[in-house]
Each structure stands twice: as structure tokens, then as C-alpha cells.
Design a binder for this molecule. Structure first.
Ligand code: BTN
Length: 259
């Protein structure tokens, strides 16, 4: 894939601008980058804090030719690409289903893939936000977030990370387009995520939540979770949080005396 970079000083949201550009006819590979976002957004309408120079804010226009049921794999392959970019910086990341890249269980990157109808057909906009500096993290997310600076000691320019991420994105997007691409993306994700199997999680859906243990991905990237009763539930969309298992010491200690 060939990338064309469109840089902005300030935008509402790079995803919104990429959608506008796609509707105007932008082709595959257009990358919208901004130094600052005033209305950066995440999944479920959450806000994505986007201070100037505090992070990389990037959205790529894709016009995939794959079967529509495999579109969710675009989020997964983007996580794999960001994971491998961070490895190049000497960091050991993990990928949490479906759109978070973590380091030591703290979020360093979020991914938001959106589809939009355009005169040239369906476009997928994949938005990537990577925290570069911890000092800019708002108080409410600071305890569960981290940054490239914090985990690597490197004060990286957004443009440097952009170059590394787009290289990896191109590799894995090309793989997705191969005849057996969807299976290969799932395999690549499996090799990089501790959430693939055996992770105790709580899944929050629009109509409630349940707990279980992860047991692989479907071929479209949906998460399989086995409940304590042995039922396998397929999660297409929802929030997944790790459930902390108390360590042996805590299990052995006597209950607190309430008196
Ligand atoms: C999430 O974790 O919920 C996804 C966050 C995605 C944030 C990025 S920043 C660049 C792009 N523009 C946006 O408005 N959102 C994405």
C-alpha cells in the first residue's frame, strides 16, 4: 500500500477528517495526521485526550476488497502493526481484544476503525492514537495509561513513530488481502496477545456482563470466551477487562475481622 500523508496543525478528529476526505474521493493509503485534536474520540463515544505533541493522532483511509464479514480483522491487524512498531523501540507490548495495545497492563495505544459509505464505495477509516508523553495524560486516565516516553525513556517525535507504524500497517494489510489472509491475521494476533486464550476476563455488552476465560478467536476476529458453566460465547463487540486472580498469599490469608 502506498501512503500519502496529509498533515494538520489542529483538527477536531483525524477520523472525522479522513471520513470527509474519503467522501471527497480519497484513495486507499491517505493518512491524516494532526498535532492536536479538539474532539478526538474512542470506542463507544468516549473521548480521546489529544494534547499537542502528547501523542500520535493518525487515521488511514482503506478501501478493502475483502469479504465484508472479515472487516473486523482490520482492527486486529492494526493492533499487530502497532505492537511490532513498539517492539522496534525495545518495548514489550501486549494486545487486549479488540483495540488496545498495552504495556504492563496499561494502555499505550487505542484503535478506532469506522466504516463510511462514499461515492467510490465503502471505505474503512482506521484511527490510531499512541500516547507519546505521560505528562500530558489527564488525571482520570493516568493510572491505567502509559506512554512511549514512560516505557522506553525515548522522547519520540510523532513523525518518527508514524513512519514505523505505517510500514508495519502496510505489511499486515497486504497479508489480509492474500487468499488465506484472515487466518494469517488471526495467527499473528495469537502470537502477540496474552488475551488469545486462558485469560480470565469480564465482558461488558450493551445488555449486561459476564465472566469467563478466553479461548481463541473466530476467523472474523470475534473473541471466544468459555463461561464457568462451560458455555462458549462469541463476542463480536463489547468491552473486555482482565479479571485479577488473587495470588496464593491472598487466598491463604484469614478474612479480615470486621470488629
Ligand atoms: C479507543 O481506545 O477507544 C480508541 C481510541 C482511538 C483514538 C484515535 S486518535 C486518532 C484517531 N482520531 C480519533 O478521533 N480517534 C482516533
Amino acid at each position: 500500500m502506498d501512503f500519502r500523508i496529509l498533515r494538520f496543525d489542529k483538527l477536531d478528529s483525524t477520523n472525522s477528517e479522513a471520513i470527509r476526505q474519503a467522501k471527497l474521493g480519497a484513495g486507499e493509503g491517505l493518512c491524516v495526521v494532526a498535532d492536536e485534536q479538539t474532539a478526538g474520540r474512542g470506542r463507544h463515544g468516549r473521548r480521546w485526550s489529544s494534547p499537542r505533541a502528547g501523542g500520535l493522532y493518525l487515521s488511514v483511509v482503506l478501501r478493502p476488497k475483502i469479504d465484508i464479514r472479515h472487516l473486523p480483522l482490520i482492527t486486529l491487524l492494526t493492533g499487530v502493526a502497532v505492537h511490532d512498531a513498539l517492539i522496534e523501540l525495545g518495548v514489550k507490548p501486549d494486545i487486549k481484544w479488540v483495540n488496545d495495545v498495552l504495556v504492563d497492563e496499561r494502555k499505550i495505544c487505542g484503535i478506532l476503525a469506522e466504516t463510511t459509505e462514499t461515492p467510490a464505495g465503502l471505505a474503512v477509516i482506521v484511527g490510531i492514537g499512541v500516547n507519546l508523553l505521560s505528562i500530558d495524560l489527564p488525571d482520570d486516565i493516568a493510572p491505567t495509561a502509559t506512554s512511549v516516553e514512560e516505557v522506553s525513556g525515548i522522547k519520540l517525535e510523532a513523525s518518527q513513530l508514524l513512519e514505523i507504524i505505517t510500514l508495519h500497517l502496510s505489511t499486515f494489510y497486504d497479508i489480509l488481502n492474500e487468499p488465506d489472509g484472515p487466518g494469517k491475521i488471526v495467527d499473528n494476533w495469537r502470537l502477540r496477545s496474552t488475551y488469545f486464550s486462558g485469560k480470565k476476563v469480564r465482558v461488558t455488552l450493551s445488555d449486561g456482563s459476564f465472566e469467563g476465560s478466553t479461548c481463541g478467536l473466530e476467523e472474523n476476529g470475534a473473541l471466544r470466551v468459555v463461561t464457568p458453566g462451560g458455555e462458549i460465547r462469541i463476542v463480536q463487540a463489547g468491552d473486555v477487562e482482565r479479571v485479577r486472580v488473587p495470588d496464593a498469599d491472598q487466598l491463604m490469608s484469614p478474612p479480615l475481622d470486621p470488629s
